[in-house]
Design a protein around this ligand. Structure first.
Ligand code: SAM
Length: 299
């Protein structure tokens, strides 16, 4: 059940007491208004009885909100060791409900971390991420080898431009590799914008809260590596015709495109996720027939 207030001091006092001046190098822009973090926490729900994996709790504004809103457990990973004493105080105030791991979320094996906490089912992920790490983490979570993944929902703060790329439709400027990947395996949704002034210090950009849920069965059945290979080649030259942009994938790019049922003069930015899937399947067949070299997609 949600709680009306928590037993801890205001976040400004916590930051002052633990000398947690925000570090730009760690992408630190803190949310200090518990009404706002509680709204974000609710958007990550339903929380009653839920286990949450939080990345980058910092001084703990979202962590406290998740606990107040009824999460039964929060497992959080924070890279900045300066924040650990403040997070330990939250753990003391909510006995048995908060575990803090010290480390880099980009490097951690989440399944192993959760297994060590005796958590076997999928968890909900909630994070006000550093912008420089946000996209990399999302790609890590969307490209997991085992699917369905360790998460049952991701509720993440992104720079508005990145959020728009996640939900972009074909034919728009924002549509690209990230859109195809996110929409192939998940259902991204924009929830609400958060004004820069809500953060301390305020960043120069507007932020948007996004929610993704994994699709148990992807939009098209195709190997992730094959899909990545065709989207990398296609969006490498997004305004050229397909027959031009896919030359790096197959010597006879026109044959590849036609066998996927597509028009060689079409532009990559206009293809749907299903059409990229058809291209990836056609490319795999050509690779296996020795008609196209097998190459891994550029990072
Ligand atoms: N969640 C807090 C809030 O809403 O006020 C802090 C948000 S701040 C934008 C991002 C946090 O992520 C910082 O505390 C930073 O130290 C942490 N962080 C940055 N890179 C990280 C990484 N690779 N792994 C784990 N935490 C990271």
């Amino acid at each position: 059940m949600p709680e009306l207030a928590d037993p801890l001091p205001p976040l400004r006092d916590v930051i002052a007491a633990h000398d947690l001046a925000a570090k730009k190098s760690l992408g630190q822009n803190f949310l200090l208004d518990l009404n706002l973090t509680r709204r974000i926490a609710r958007a990550a729900g339903p929380l009653d009885g839920a286990t949450i994996y939080e990345v980058g709790p910092g001084p703990g504004g979202l962590t406290r909100a998740l606990l107040m809103e009824g999460a039964s457990r929060v497992i959080a990973i924070e890279r900045d060791a300066r924040c650990l004493p403040a997070l330990a105080e939250i753990a003391d105030a909510y006995p048995g409900r908060l575990e803090i791991a010290s480390g880099d979320a980009l490097k951690i094996d989440e399944r192993e971390l959760l297994r060590m906490q005796n958590i076997n089912g999928a968890v909900r992920v909630a994070a006000n991420l550093p912008y420089n790490v946000g996209s990399a983490l999302l790609v890590k979570w969307l490209t997991a080898d085992s699917w369905p993944p360790f998460w049952q929902s991701l509720t993440l703060m992104f720079q508005r431009e990145v959020a728009e790329r996640l939900v972009a439709v074909p034919g728009t400027k924002a549509y690209g590799r990230l859109s195809v990947l996110a929409q192939w395996r998940a259902s991204p949704r924009l929830l609400f914008d958060v004004d820069a002034r809500a953060f301390t210090p305020p960043p120069k950009i507007t932020s948007t809260l996004v929610r993704l849920e994994p699709l148990m069965v992807p939009v098209v059945l195709v190997e992730l590596g094959d899909l990545e290979a065709v989207t990398a080649a296609a969006f490498g030259h997004r305004r050229k015709m397909l027959r031009q942009s896919l030359k790096s994938l197959a010597p006879d790019a026109e044959a590849l495109i036609r066998s996927a049922g597509l028009d060689p003069t079409e532009r990559p930015e206009r293809l749907s996720v299903q059409q990229f899937g058809a291209l990836a399947r056609a490319w795999r067949i050509m690779v296996e027939a020795g008609e196209a070299p097998c190459k891994s997609p550029p990072k």
